[in-house]
Design a protein around this ligand. Structure first.
Ligand code: 2P0
Length: 330
């Protein structure tokens, strides 16, 4: 018997306007829209094979069988796929990624974008980008943006319930050619997951309301800046939105802090590079690593400037990458 099987590849994305906080935890509906650059590094490749002889889904990551919370997240996701497709077969999920898992380099984004794409194909669900983005969102919010290549805006979706669920997905938007250098301050597993930290920030940080209203404005301004090709404005918005997110996170009780001393040194170095004529901007996700945004044509120069200033740090240059897509099985 031939088992239904599909394989997909997806890449991580880094947000220029951040997603931080859900208004509906079950449907993964965010308080605000967000906007990101899909990168060309650290792809995740995921195969889904339907197997009616299985009682439960099985999940292999980089060749090892996974249990616990990551397995539960995959099963919950496949339950949703089964509900939508009307098919009950369990599946084996085999995933390979090269990004240090849990290090704040968005492995859940590429992971659920690749899983949504391969599972939709294997279970016979629609594979247009709107359907895939909506579905990927349910696995991990930021994954809905990795369904698209280059610049993607994730709309918060109006209202609540099923109506908002249908309206909350990412779409590609035009803009200037951007690149980034990721400075790996630490590849260790983070002390508190984004999922828990964003819940605690929303629940306990007195800065959270300001974060939501400020980000809503930043997103509108960012979309306009990208449409105008105004790189300076794009960079300024990127850096200030990231630091505002960290300020809101720091304001949680008990406080949560992701940035390390070296992260702050990187933000200082970025300001110095700008003063010296290299127009770069910093951003950081839920971890100590800092991504340095630059014009695509400045990527080598930016990489060199950072290597000179931080010879001991691992630096990963990345350009704009493709959206999630099906591939032939290896
Ligand atoms: C982002 N991050 O916009 C923000 C900035 C981290 C900092 O999206 O709970 O793994 O699975 O929806 O997508 C990380 O959060 O969270 C994230 P869930 P996710 O990229």
């Amino acid at each position: 018997m031939t088992l239904a099987r599909a394989t997909a590849v997806a890449h991580p994305n880094l947000a220029l306007i951040k997603y931080w906080g859900k208004r509906d935890e079950e449907r993964v509906l965010p308080w605000t829209g967000s906007l990101s650059l899909t990168l060309d590094v650290f792809p995740t490749k995921t195969s889904v094979t339907l197997d009616p002889s299985l009682d439960e889904d099985r999940f292999f990551l980089n060749g090892s069988e996974v249990s616990g919370t990551p397995l539960t997240r995959v099963r919950t996701f496949l339950d949703l796929v089964r509900e939508k497709s009307g098919r009950s077969a369990r599946a084996t999920v085999e995933s390979r990624n090269s990004v240090p898992t849990g290090a704040g380099l968005a492995s859940s984004a590429s992971g659920f974008a690749a899983l949504a794409t391969s599972a939709s194909q294997a279970y016979g669900l629609p594979t247009d980008t709107v359907s895939l983005s909506r579905l990927a969102r349910r696995g991990s919010g930021s994954a809905c943006r990795s369904v698209l290549g280059d610049l993607a805006v994730w709309r918060a979706g109006e209202g609540s319930g099923d109506e908002a669920d249908a309206a909350s997905y990412a779409e590609q938007i035009p803009g200037p050619r951007l690149a980034m250098v990721i400075a790996v301050v630490s590849a260790a597993q983070k002390s508190i997951s984004s999922r828990v930290a964003m819940r605690e920030t929303a629940r306990t940080s007195s800065f959270f309301d300001g974060w939501v209203s400020g980000t809503t404005q930043d997103l509108t301004a960012m979309i306009a800046a990208l449409a105008d090709g105004d790189y300076t404005r794009v960079g300024e918005l990127t850096e200030s939105n990231a630091l505002r997110m960290h300020a809101a996170i720091n304001g949680a009780r008990p406080p949560i802090r992701y940035l390390a001393p070296t992260s702050i040194e990187l933000f200082d170095a970025v300001a110095q590079f700008r003063a010296d004529g290299l127009e770069v901007y910093g951003t950081a996700d839920a971890g100590p690593n800092v991504a340095i945004l630059c014009r695509d044509e400045d990527l080598e120069k930016t990489h060199q400037a950072l290597s000179d200033r931080f010879p001991d740090l691992e630096l990963i240059p990345a350009r704009s990458g493709p959206g999630a897509h099906l591939v032939e099985d290896a």
